[in-house]
Ligand binder design. Structure first.
Ligand code: HEM
Length: 387
């Protein structure tokens, strides 16, 4: 199936991940072998392809700062400043401690019942017609419904909410700005309402939270709400979609999971490694440094290609094989270190419940093969438009 994916071999000057198509893996392998710490002149950025180099970067936030999102391109504007993902210690630690409560595996596990209800209602179309788009009908709406419920967004407002979050992750700068503006205006309104009537939701929780007696600033709350959408929606959609891709490509694995559903969590870990929903993240060098003989200068960007690290043979034996029982499987799909994905327990749970219910509801699932697979258009994400 890999051959069916289009690859651009000369993709050394990649800006958006989607330029690579659905099979970036041969290119990653080439780069890992021949130029694993590659300098991208157009972006004034280093690109890293090996597992251990990326670990080195995430372990040293004092050298590799998260403060800027992207430099040298218009999407710089996304660096609004205060959000968790783009702060360094000590501020990062303070902000993170305020929101971890809402995202611990225990808190998240309590949402299982409600997530199953949502999944079952989304499978209704498939039950009625015998046909569904795994992306549009399940993978896409599921995370947005869950996160909007956590934030206390009423159901009738979810569609615009989802539209803004899509604009924000689009590679078009104009769309990104428009999405951000509309979303912030919306949340500003929500904040005012919650200030008058606190409710049992995340926004109300943040309004009451404080760091050393200081309440969060309104812009920090807005930044966090925006981050949840950007970080949580497209990524989870892609994880569910990519799991579908893998089960289509390896029907034997899907059959084994159906026979023994306890294999599903480790299968999802393997999907995260094998087709990582986020293919890269970035840092900025804030202290001149050396990495395996290369001199990295203050102000340069560093792009960490997680998708490549997750197939690094130095870390994963036989990295090109999809092995649902792989142990250990220390993939970097959720990052590592202080910025390790806050939403990982939620993304894992949503994906697990989605496939438990899919396999339970439909005894036989056939993927439609006459529809070509289209990569989503995204700066950092990897997934398909329809399945
Ligand atoms: C951070 C991936 C789902 C919220 C990250 C990072 C990665 C990532 C790679 C680290 C980025 C870096 O170090 O620069 C993913 C993937 C997901 C997913 C692959 C789905 C499969 C979610 C969900 C949420 C979420 C569902 C919330 C609802 C966050 C937040 C951070 C983060 C808030 C920043 C944490 C910090 O800076 O301390 N995610 N994510 N993510 N993610 Fe996720």
């Amino acid at each position: 199936m890999e051959n069916a994916y289009n690859i651009k071999k000369d993709a050394v000057q990649v800006e958006a991940v989607s330029e690579l198509g659905l099979n970036p893996f041969p290119w990653y392998e080439e780069m890992r072998k021949n130029d694993p710490i590659h300098f991208n002149e157009k972006l004034n950025a280093w690109e890293l392809f090996r597992y251990n180099d990326i670990l080195e970067v995430v372990k040293h936030p004092e050298i590799y700062s998260s403060r800027r999102s992207r430099s040298g391109d218009p999407a710089m504007a996304i660096q609004s400043g205060g959000n968790l993902l783009m702060t360094d210690p000590p501020r990062h630690r303070q902000l993170r401690s305020l929101v971890t409560q809402a995202f611990t595996p225990r808190t998240i596990a309590q949402m299982s019942g409600r997530i199953i209800e949502i999944v079952d209602s989304l499978l209704q179309k498939g039950r009625e017609t015998g046909h569904m788009d795994l992306i549009a009908d399940l993978a896409y709406p599921l995370p947005v419904i869950v996160i909007s419920e956590m934030l206390g967004i009423p159901p009738e407002e979810r569609d615009s909410f989802k539209a803004w979050s899509d604009l924000i992750v689009s590679p078009s700068y104009a769309d990104l700005e428009r999405g951000r503006k509309e979303l912030r205006a919306y949340f500003q309104n929500v904040l005012q309402q919650r200030k008058q009537h606190l409710q049992d939701d995340l926004v109300s929780g943040l309004l009451q939270a404080n760091v050393d007696g200081e309440p969060l600033q309104e812009t920090e709350i807005l930044d966090f709400c925006e981050l949840l959408l950007v970080a949580g929606n497209e990524t989870t959609t892609n994880l569910i979609g990519n799991a579908g891709l893998c089960f289509d490509e390896y029907p034997e694995a899907a059959r084994e999971i159906r026979e023994d559903i306890s294999l599903l969590p480790s299968a999802i870990e393997e999907v995260l490694r094998f087709r990582s929903p986020v293919q890269r993240f970035g840092r900025t060098v804030v202290v001149d440094t050396e990495l395996d003989g290369r001199q990295l200068k203050v102000g340069q960007r560093v792009f960490c290609w997680i998708g490549a690290a997750n197939r690094d043979p130095a870390q994963f034996p036989d990295p090109g094989s999809f092995n649902i029982r792989r142990t250990p499987n220390r993939h970097l799909a959720f990052g590592q270190g202080i910025h390790f994905c806050l939403g990982a327990p939620l993304a894992r749970l949503e994906t697990k419940l989605a496939f438990e219910r899919l396999f339970h509801t439909f005894k036989d699932i056939q993927f439609q093969r006459d529809v070509p697979l289209e990569p989503i258009s995204s700066f950092f994400g990897y997934g398909v438009e329809h399945l």
